[in-house]
Design a protein around this ligand. Sequence first.
Ligand SMILES: Nc1nc2c(c(=O)[nH]1)N[C@H]1C(S)=C(S)[C@@H](COP(=O)(O)O)O[C@H]1N2
Ligand SMILES: [Mo]
Length: 420
Amino acid sequence: MNKPPTQSRRQFLQKAALGGALAGTVSLPVLANADKLEFPDDLPEWMRAPGGEFGNYGQPSKHEQQVIRWISANPAAPGNGVSWTPLHDLQGTITPNGLHYERHHNGVPQIDPEQHILLIDGLVDKPISFDVKSLMRYPMVSRTCFIECGGNSNSGWRSNPIQSQAGYAHGLVSNAEWTGIPLKLLLKEAGIQTAAKWVIAEGADAAALNISIPLEKLLDDALLALYQNGERLRPENGYPMRLVLPGWEGILNVKWLRQLRLTDEPIMSRDETSQYTELMPDGSARQFTFINEAKSLITSPSLGMMLPDNPGIYQISGLAWSGRGKITRVEISADGGDSWVDAELQGPVLDKAFTRFSLPWHWQGEYAILQSRATDETGYVQPSREALIENRGKHGFFHYNAIVSWEITEEGDINHVYGF
Ligand SMILES: Nc1nc2c(c(=O)[nH]1)N[C@H]1C(S)=C(S)[C@@H](COP(=O)(O)O)O[C@H]1N2
Ligand SMILES: [Mo]
């Protein structure tokens, strides 16, 4: 599984020449059941008696109970940890609210919305504050975007590829439709002084997490979000209000937001100095890397699944996203990166949001390495792991966005490998 690339593996892949295997012209009826062309004599039990009750708030089918966020909490510091979105179990592009990933530094505060206020002060003409009721009277806009933790996928820095399902290694990213008030509206109401360049955002959790954000971003496309996929924010995602900074790393999307203080310089808080600042190979430090660069991930087939038919037809499907704009291209390789074929992008392709890609694959039962590679509208191409490490060194912890490789064995098993 973690074996180093060998000559024979490479030769193997070359023999498995792609030919038409990824070409996308396969006829679908081969997957239909030939042996179930009549219903069984007995009606199933759910058709013989009236069904269940109405529900005040819906829950997934009991047959889908394995579709969960995976929790990696820090036992040494309760309330500090993450839960991962099961990207490998989901389709489409919207993350259901109950499955949005979580990252808390000190637990989920149980905020009474009646008592919560947002204070805007510092380098403003007049400090102002809002309660939830007053904010509800503002004009709101909706936008769909992903939020991704800067630490997502960071197991990729390890010397051996971890054998976790796609979402449990890369699911500190989720995509939702956020509705709220453009921040520029609220900041302008306070009157921005010319000396103001940064905004220190603070949350109302026990961590009172605070972080510096360039004022420019808040005047651009930032939202004070009150709704998430049509309903009020979930407590774990910032109820009653949070910052949403499309395309910018998770930590800046301050949850349970209670203060925006305008300043002329960053505050140099914990999460922009001891964290999120990284040593580069030349000894310099990389700081204030706000943007999540383009990335993609094949979610199906992926680790934990099996390819039951050998040979068989499979839909390769996955997600791509970029903090710099729209995804313009996703390529797929089945031979460890020697040859690439363009996947289909499912529309609408939105700015700084998940884009679903797919490509039919006629697997002939050969050894294969599946990879996806995203390009965004700035022309940025997702790097190989080799290139990423060459550029960033081995001491990285954040912003890992290299190509992910799934090894398909001749038996149809799937492993995570580092490719060649
Ligand atoms: N107040 C506060 N805001 C916070 C955090 C926190 O612990 N406290 N975690 C940050 C981090 S590191 C991330 S990745 C995102 C996670 O948002 P989510 O839990 O809604 O997915 O929130 C950010 N905002
Ligand atoms: Mo994060």
